[in-house]
Design a protein around this ligand. Structure first.
Ligand SMILES: [Zn+2]
Length: 331
């Protein structure tokens, strides 16, 4: 039940929880990560389960033929491949949950189908499939919570895979703190997992909003503009800079709305509304194929898939969908 005295902060939390990868009920036990004996006891608990990731892709059990199952026992994991890294994600209501990075050789490319992206499989195993996390999130067969946990698993294991050497001296580093730090045995530097902030924002002017499309988007899809924050920049400054660079529009007030962990590979999307001060668009054709103003009615039709010209907005897995919807519903 929602409290009738709901604050604006709580509403923002609610919106973040609606986005893909935005719900994760695990208790991360961050204060326990230095307790090696405790972590080992969790690892050996009967109820311990682990996500498996190889080459940035989750493995799922498909024996039941219905809903894929992304959690494995450690015994089952051992039969599939060699663990390169093991991270404690946290404690669920059912037991401790880990993430294991499997050796890349644990999976191999299936026979290619012309015109299709490369698919991977576990050699000799028909009961385990290798899936792309974006597809798993979009097809919505898994619970919102499991998708959020898989996002956590993918991002932290990607960091381990890409940070095997100390960036200060080049020596191979070693995992510490249940997988949430890497230490250099030569120079003593500690390295922590990264999250890269991205601003994603809907510029509006009266009853119109600014949407753009990148060449890689599905045909007819328009979305909110977005870009990485740079060192030394506030979120508000990044919103104003990105919109100016990509569309030539000048922005006044910026309002934070909601955020989304985006595990491709390890970003935090910070969703904002931005009030446009100007309306003349100059499209940056390096970043965008098109950018234009849409009326609120058009934006509503794009969200609902009923736009007369077949134009569309991102699906609910993306925070852009919710930023646009929040504005549409204000009108
Ligand atoms: Zn070092």
């Amino acid at each position: 039940m929602k409290s009738p005295m709901i604050s604006s902060d709580t509403l923002a939390l609610d919106l973040s929880a609606l986005v893909g990868f935005g719900t994760n009920s695990l208790n991360r036990l961050s204060e326990k990560r230095d307790d090696a004996a405790f972590i080992a006891s969790l690892r050996h608990a009967q109820t311990a389960r682990t996500f498996l990731i190889a080459r940035d892709m989750p493995l799922v059990r498909v024996t039941s033929g219905t809903v894929p199952q992304p959690l494995f026992t450690f015994a089952a994991a051992k039969d599939i491949g060699i663990a390169r890294e093991t991270v404690l994600l946290g404690q669920s209501a059912d037991g401790p949950v880990f993430a294991v990075l499997l050796d890349p050789e644990s999976i191999e490319a299936s026979a290619p189908t012309e015109g299709q992206p490369t698919l991977f499989c576990v050699p000799g195993r028909t009961d385990v499939a290798v899936r792309d996390l974006r597809s798993l999130a979009t097809e919505a067969l898994l619970s919102h919570d499991l998708v959020g946990q898989l996002g956590q698993a993918k991002s932290i294991l990607h960091w381990h895979a890409k940070h095997r050497f100390c960036s200060a001296c080049g020596t191979p580093s070693l995992p510490a703190q249940a997988g949430w730090r890497r230490d250099c045995p030569a120079c003593g530097t500690s390295h922590f997992p990264r999250t890269d902030p991205v601003v994603i924002m809907l510029a509006t002017h009266g009853d119109r909003c600014l949407l753009g499309r990148q060449p890689r988007f599905p045909a007819g899809m328009y979305s909110a503009l977005a870009g990485f924050l740079e060192p030394g920049e506030t979120m508000e400054a990044a919103v104003r800079r990105e919109i100016l660079e990509e569309s030539g529009i000048r922005i006044g007030k910026v309002t934070y709305l909601a955020s989304q962990p985006w595990p491709f590979p390890a970003s935090l999307m910070m969703g904002c509304h931005a009030e446009a001060l100007t309306t003349d668009i100059t499209v940056d054709d390096v970043e965008l194929e098109d950018a234009r103003w849409f009326s609120r009615a058009e934006a509503r039709a794009m969200l609902q898939g009923t736009h007369a010209d077949g134009l569309s907005a991102p699906k609910p897995v993306a925070i852009a969908h919710h930023i646009l919807k929040a504005w549409v519903e204000q009108g």
